[in-house]
Design a protein around this ligand. Structure first.
Ligand code: MG
Length: 280
């Protein structure tokens, strides 16, 4: 079963004070939930969408009129609406284990007992002093239910490294990256060598490589090379690169292809051409 945990501030509304709906995010979240539910092997089990915010410290701060507005904005029918989790709930999930840890480490001078600790943790930034983020606590929650369900946390504070991390029963998504993600690391980093094998330095992108090719060509230099995936690739005196293995600064050409296919709907023609030419 899927349980979505949706953050409020910065995710579906701008802030709890001004309560403006972030329409673009909400639309992406709506699409994402639909797609995610579709791809789930046990899709016939109902999914649940909960709000999970530390912006409300205790349950008496919950504003139900705002919740109605939020569920409407992300297109979730009330039959799928789940519990609301505020900061004090998150603290409850981790508190016993944290209290145990503090006792083991002899860190119990202040606060003096679990209730003290809970109150203490409600203070802004206090969770962070113990290294707890919303992602950690959601992960703790998901793990503590032994895989009965998978939690999908949608939160604007989720970092790229959170997204790359593989959790057991938790998936994390940043709503700002649902539509468009920036990847500055598409090109590989390779070391350029002189003809006698002395390293010149690192080439980190296609422009830097092209710039090196121009310099080599202008000076009619021969014998320079770089190594990609263990393969030695020479640049000749005209700046020509000996080989272009897939992934080795080939994105520019792949991107041009993708743009043509998607902008002009040429996929069918390209596939027919490939078939005719015997290209896989
Ligand atoms: Mg937020």
């Amino acid at each position: 079963m899927l349980r979505f945990f949706i953050d409020l501030e910065g995710t579906v509304i701008d802030s709890l004070k001004s309560r403006n709906i972030l329409k673009f995010n909400c639309e992406q979240i709506r699409k994402y939930i639909a797609k995610r539910v579709d791809n789930e092997p046990f899709a016939d089990e109902p999914y649940i969408v909960s709000i999970y915010t530390w912006g409300w410290k205790t349950r008496d701060e919950i504003d139900f009129s705002l919740l109605n507005m939020v569920y409407k904005a992300i297109g979730v029918d009330t039959s799928h609406a789940g519990s609301i989790y505020v900061k004090s709930d998150a603290i409850d999930w981790i508190c016993d284990s944290l209290w145990g840890r503090m006792q083991t480490l002899n860190l119990v001078n202040e606060p003096h007992n679990v209730d003290d600790l809970k109150n203490w943790l409600l203070r802004p930034g206090a969770m962070g002093t113990f290294g707890y983020t919303k992602v950690d606590v959601a992960n703790y929650f998901a793990d503590s239910h032994n895989g009965k369900f998978k939690v999908v946390l949608i939160d604007d504070l989720v970092t790229e490294s959170d997204e790359l991390h593989v959790f057991n029963h938790l998936e994390v998504v940043n709503p700002n990256r649902l539509a468009v993600r920036i990847d500055n690391n598409i090109d590989p980093t390779v070391t350029l060598y002189t003809p006698d094998g002395q390293p010149v330095g690192e080439i980190k992108n296609t422009c830097a490589l092209d710039n090196v090719r121009v310099q080599i060509c202008k000076q009619h230099l021969t014998g320079f090379y770089f190594i990609y995936n263990g393969q030695k690739i020479h640049i000749d005196g005209n700046g020509n690169v000996e080989d272009w293995p897939k992934g080795c600064f080939t994105y520019l050409i792949e991107a041009a292809g993708e743009l043509l296919v998607n902008a002009w709907g040429l996929e069918k023609q390209i596939n027919e051409y490939k078939k005719k030419k015997g290209i896989a």
